[in-house]
Ligand binder design. Structure first.
Ligand code: BG6
Length: 491
């Protein structure tokens, strides 16, 4: 639940401020919030890192980022005003330097101040930074709040995530921790909840009684690009499934929470994730596909013998009253034909077909498709009678596009929402410790089988620019189903 503004000045300290994330996402989002008048009355953004920036060169570097990565329209005056809130502190990650940082921040304090510490560093630095903040007493909430934002990946498996939680809990209360999954900041992802729970027409159908299966796709056109060195150690399950895809699944499958408040929402998400049983080795072999795009091993930064998966398809079951027996098919990959993310809810066929079989042969089941990106919207597919026939059927779509209803520029970047929520103290769209661990509990057994020396689940190779390995189609075909595709029309 959003906290009240306590009127104190707010410092946003970004560790790893010279990196990509700050330039591409954090600063453009903070600047947009500033232009919309949503920043606290008094604030400053403190970049912290090893790079030798002055305040001026830091500002110039961030301005370049705005030009390169942001479509925002703004005036020089607006930028200049915003830039006057930006400062840079060049320091290392040592106790001495953190004491200096603490003194520097205290100077600005007056009656007290609020602080956000944002981890935009490589993940192995998180525990050390939290330790140093704790040791130098920067996390004590005596005169104002202290919040720490932690970027993904949160751990590399269940054990490391538990470890990380344990370490950061030594210095922080859970309510001070904001674990980012930027998918939750996307408007279309939040709209899954609104569609489900602000309308009465969907919920009565939202169960095994009417739904045949659910597909969740996050497809990317780009390969690993400049992140190959990082990605090669991570792969698609850790990079996309443990967080983004399981978050999407939990929003689609969760029970209605009693309120939109963080605890209620997160309790329901944990409940649904806990209902997914961890797979045995044999189940992993039967229910998953592990792929790598051809040419990946030649990308700069990858191991020439790398077995890192860049594509995954996984069939999961949510073992509870609502979803028993309904498969959830999840897939994500790089170097595919198009970038798009969608959730398809495919309904069961009518129990009895009264139309002549010859006329109704092309009947497709009803589908509700939530388009998360790029052409954000919702489509309903249903059957209609083709005019001037006895009873020939054809599928038609009813479409809602965000752009048509709310305008071209209505959708802010996910980080804008998440940064604003951090400032107002609303943790609903951030993942809680038990949620992250439960998600790892689902992914861990798949990783173990995929990485086992026995090679039980072989790596398949797919052509870049297409739709991934044929084994992914076969996974659904074995169940008598196929992936729904989208190129202006659902197939
Ligand atoms: C990130 C992954 O979390 O999400 C990237 O690390 C991926 O590998 C990105 O490209 C996709 O995000 P979006 O918002 O572009 O779908």
């Amino acid at each position: 639940m959003a906290g009240k503004d306590n009127g104190l000045p707010t410092s946003i300290v970004i560790f790893g401020a010279s990196g990509d994330l700050t330039q591409r996402k954090l600063i453009p989002s903070l600047f947009n919030l500033f232009c919309k008048g949503r920043m606290p009355k008094m604030f400053r953004i403190v970049g912290y890192g090893n790079t030798a920036f002055t305040d001026d060169s830091f500002r110039a570097h961030l301005k370049e980022g705005m030009e390169q990565f942001s479509d925002a329209k703004y005036t020089e005056k607006e930028w200049e005003e915003f830039a006057s809130h930006l400062v840079y502190v060049k320091h290392a990650y040592t106790r001495e330097d953190f004491e200096q940082l603490s003194r520097f921040l205290d100077e600005w304090q007056g009656e007290g101040d609020n602080r956000i510490y944002y981890m935009a560093t490589p993940p192995d630095a998180y525990p050390k930074i939290v330790d140093l903040l704790g040791e130098t007493k920067q996390l004590k909430e005596e005169k104002g709040w202290r919040r720490v934002v932690i970027e993904k990946p949160f751990g590399t498996d269940l054990a490391s995530a538990q470890n990380l939680n344990e370490q950061i809990h030594k210095a922080l209360n859970e309510r001070q921790i904001y674990r980012i999954d930027h998918y939750l900041g996307k408007e279309t992802v939040q709209n899954i909840l609104v569609s489900r729970f602000a309308n009465t027409i969907f919920e009565p159908l939202w169960s095994r009684n009417y739904i045949d299966h659910v597909e969740i796709t996050v497809a990317e056109k780009v390969g690993v690009e400049h992140r190959a060195k990082f990605y090669d150690k991570v792969g698609v399950l850790r990079d996309m499934f443990q967080n983004h895809l399981l978050q999407l699944l939990s929003l689609v499958a969760m029970e209605p929470p009693v309120s939109f408040e963080a605890t209620a929402l997160r309790n329901e998400k944990v409940k649904v994730l806990s209902a997914i049983h961890p797979m045995t080795e044999d189940e992993v072999v039967q229910s998953t596909v592990r792929g790598q795009y051809k040419g990946y091993r030649e990308e700069e930064g990858t191991d020439p013998n790398s077995t890192t998966p860049t594509y995954g398809a996984v069939r999961l079951y949510v073992d509870n009253w609502r979803w028993q027996g309904v498969p959830f098919y999840l897939r994500s990959g790089k170097a595919l034909k198009e970038k798009f993310s969608q959730v398809v809810i495919e309904f069961k066929r009518p129990p009895h077909l009264l139309f002549p079989a010859s006329e109704a042969r092309d009947m497709t089941p009803n589908m509700l498709v939530l388009y998360l990106q790029p052409d954000e919207g919702i489509h309903w597919r249903f059957e209609a009678k083709v005019p001037d026939t006895v009873a020939e059927l054809s599928s038609v779509d009813m479409e809602f596009h965000y752009e048509d209803s709310f305008g071209k520029t209505a959708l802010p970047d996910a980080y804008e929402r998440l940064l604003l929520d951090t400032m107002t103290g609303d943790a609903s769209l951030f993942t809680r410790a038990d949620e992250v661990e439960t998600a790892w509990g689902i992914i861990d057994p798949i990783i173990h089988t995929w990485e086992a020396p026995s090679g039980k689940q072989p790596l398949t190779f797919y052509e870049p620019g297409l739709w991934g390995p044929k084994e992914s189609d076969e996974l659904l075909a074995r169940d008598g189903r196929s992936w729904s595709m989208w190129d202006g029309k659902i197939h």
